[in-house]
Design a binder for this molecule. Structure first.
Ligand code: ATP
Ligand code: MG
Length: 316
């Protein structure tokens, strides 16, 4: 019996949201924002929090500074029932922060990566991996050293006997360097969205991109927004339309909530097509409340939203 169902390895930062801003900022001037929130940011944190809400025992390996933003990260994860005993707190770097300036439906973001860019192979202890049934690695391009060491990290995870899922997420540098021929044979469930998959394979259609990774990949699930998802296994493909939400609040974190539902079902041994249904469902539930974790206050709340908005059951 392993101590954790899921060990998330990824980035951690706080989001500083500035809302209702009086105009655009200008060099040499100062303007007011009428509203401000400081919250836990980072897509891997949304994944971990929501997987824990769905009932998985989740721990997190991520790097933060020994500072007050680090305390916000830690306490928020703990409130969401994510184990924080494996977080790496360092003196030599500050916790990452994204400043988000919101203008109606548009936003301007500035990220200071700080500690999250420093975590690499040497920081990840195999004895912690050995305590996990499953490892989920995410946001590989956002974390400089993790990106550099990625192949060795996935090798270590497999040597420790855990199953592995991976969501690459966006590459801010847009160079999309990802050695899929060597990495994917070690990944049990690969979870990119369609743009990410086309970018890493340098293909212009999902079909060509799937064909490019097929010789190397185990199971792949491609996220396609309002068009749902595509499950690709060595046996075949299964497209599942999205469970359409007529009154979307926002789609922030839908992909992370998809991952949380899919992986929570996967570690419980559900068949792959049921994992996909649950992923589509938790992605859709995500859009019924604000932000990535708003709809995930409790498992009962997720089950209720699944039934009320989409007529679907969620038994995990
Ligand atoms: N508006 C929506 N209504 C219903 N379901 C949705 C909606 N948007 C997304 N989903 C579901 O959530 C899943 C994941 O969303 P999406 O494809 O946007 O992932 P992503 O691009 O990785 O997102 P993120 O920006 O969060 O990383 C989709 O496959 C779909 O099933
Ligand atoms: Mg995504």
């Amino acid at each position: 019996m392993k101590k954790y169902d899921i060990l998330a390895i990824g980035e951690l930062n706080v989001d500083l949201l500035l809302n209702r801003i009086a105009g655009f900022p200008e060099i040499g001037k100062e303007i007011f924002a009428k509203d401000m929130t400081l919250t836990l940011g980072s897509s891997t944190a949304i994944f971990a929090a929501n997987a824990a809400t769905l009932g998985a025992r989740v721990s997190f390996i991520g790097m933060i500074g020994k500072d007050s933003f680090g305390d916000v990260v830690k306490s928020t994860l703990a409130q969401r029932h994510v184990d924080t005993s494996n977080l790496i707190e360092v003196d030599h770097a500050a916790t990452g922060l994204t400043a988000i300036l919101n203008y109606d439906n548009d936003r301007a973001n500035v990220t200071y990566p700080g500690a999250m860019s420093l975590m690499g192979l040497m920081d990840i202890r195999p004895e912690i991996i050995r305590e996990a049934k499953h490892v989920h690695v995410s946001s590989v391009f956002l974390q400089e050293n993790l990106h550099r060491d990625l192949l060795d990290i996935v090798r270590m995870v497999k040597d420790c006997g855990a199953t592995l899922s991976m969501d690459v997420q966006f590459d801010p540098a847009e160079t999309w360097e990802f050695d899929y021929a060597r990495i994917l044979p070690l990944v049990d469930v690969f979870m990119p969205n369609e743009q990410e998959l086309m970018a890493i394979t340098r293909k212009s259609s999902v079909e060509d991109a799937v064909a490019a990774i097929r010789p190397y990949a185990g199971v792949t699930v491609v996220k396609m927004g309002t068009r749902g998802s595509l499950l690709v296994t060595p046996e075949g493909q299964h497209a599942l339309p999205a469970m359409l939400n007529k009154s979307v609040v926002d789609a922030i974190g839908a992909g992370d909530s998809f991952d949380a539902g899919f992986v929570a079902a996967y570690v419980m041994g559900k068949p792959l097509e049921e994992c996909q249904r649950i992923g589509n469902l938790t992605g859709a539930v995500n859009t019924t409340a604000a932000g990535g974790t708003g709809a995930f206050s409790s498992k009962a709340a997720v089950q209720e939203a699944a039934q009320k908005h989409f007529g679907q059951t969620l038994d995990l």
